[in-house]
Design a protein around this ligand. Structure first.
Ligand SMILES: [Zn+2]
Length: 325
């Protein structure tokens, strides 16, 4: 961050540049007054259980309070307020959201980055994960309306907006998560071959996307560690890099027919590159999520909509200072 994020500059952004109409188009106007919002205001005080009569009042609040962080939550049967917090009122509906953060990969990042740090090498994990989830939601579940947003710092949020998902309760959200995250252990030691048959589209996708990404970024020396000869490893990497329609069949032809080699390699692929999802964000319908197009109070970056998730890199997201230029 080159400049200081002052209350004045935050107010100016929300007054002049925050695209409230675009934001509203994402969450919809129906039952707006029953929608929960949360903010970080003043000296890093987090307030939630706030609702507004209309969008003008929401915008007034953001301008007048110079909000540092802004979050949007679920819709309730009555407007949330300090007197009627969300725990005491009935939940009505909520967008179905995926959260991918680069620090979830700390255990398996090899570039040296940790926590909030990212580089071109490790950020590709976030890009891969988003593409994988996006495809899975569309192809395996038939959802059509999926939008990705930058979180403003170290990750991305995928909003599945198909109206059917808004009514999903926690149990239904967990069922979809379980399908997507068949690997539950921290170390992700489960190998690809152990994916149950009913998850075939998912298994095929792991070869087409995850294995492809792993192999084309690999080195002959690395593949040699799994018992593949250096020459064969060179051939594998070259073939995968040149392949435009890599899939399970091509993987089977290319990788030596040795079960020990295959098992080790597939485990490594899943461990290193399979999407890591913050489950709580997706399953907890009472959580608040960063408001699209709001400012991240630590980086000053805008939580923009990502048009091309496969190629999005955080440095390309505008800062509040750029937005106001
Ligand atoms: Zn890195």
């Amino acid at each position: 961050m080159d400049e200081k994020l002052t209350p004045e500059i935050l107010s100016e952004y929300y007054e002049k540049k925050f695209p409230i109409d675009t934001f509203m188009a994402y969450i919809g106007l129906s039952n707006f007054k029953n929608r929960e919002f949360g903010f970080v205001v003043g000296q890093d005080r987090f307030v939630r259980n706030i609702s507004f009569q209309n969008t003008e009042k929401l915008l007034d609040f953001m301008v007048n309070k110079s909000v540092k962080h802004s979050y949007v939550g679920a819709v309730y049967e009555t407007p949330p307020s300090r007197e009627h917090p969300i725990q005491k009122i009935k939940w009505s509906y909520r967008e179905f959201i995926y959260d991918i953060d680069i620090d979830e990969y700390d255990l398996v990042r090899t570039c040296g980055c940790q926590g909030d740090q990212y580089c071109k090498e490790c950020w590709s994990l976030v890009q891969d994960a988003a593409v994988f989830i996006d495809k899975t939601m569309r192809e395996d579940f038939g959802f059509k309306d999926i939008v990705w947003f930058f979180s403003g710092r170290r990750g991305v949020h995928g909003w599945v907006k198909d109206s059917i998902t808004q009514d999903f309760d926690q149990r239904q959200r967990v069922a979809i998560l379980d399908y997507l995250t068949f690997i539950h252990d921290e170390k992700r030691s489960q190998s690809i071959d152990e994916i149950p048959n009913e998850a075939k589209p998912l298994r095929n996708r792991i070869y087409a996307l995850t294995a492809k990404s792993y192999l084309e970024k690999s080195t002959p020396k690395k593949l040699h560690e799994f018992g593949i000869s250096i020459n064969k490893a060179k051939e594998i990497i070259k073939q995968v890099q040149n392949s435009t329609d890599f899939d399970h069949t091509k993987y089977n032809i290319l990788i030596p027919d040795d079960s020990a080699v295959r098992k080790k390699l597939s485990s490594e692929i899943v461990l290193r590159r399979y999407p890591r999802i913050d489950r709580k964000v997706t399953m907890d319908t009472r959580r608040v999520s960063r408001m699209p197009f709001s400012v991240h109070g630590k980086t000053g970056q805008i939580a923009i909509e990502i048009k091309d998730i496969k190629n999005f890199y955080p440095d390309s997201a505008p800062t509040i200072w750029e937005a106001l230029m």
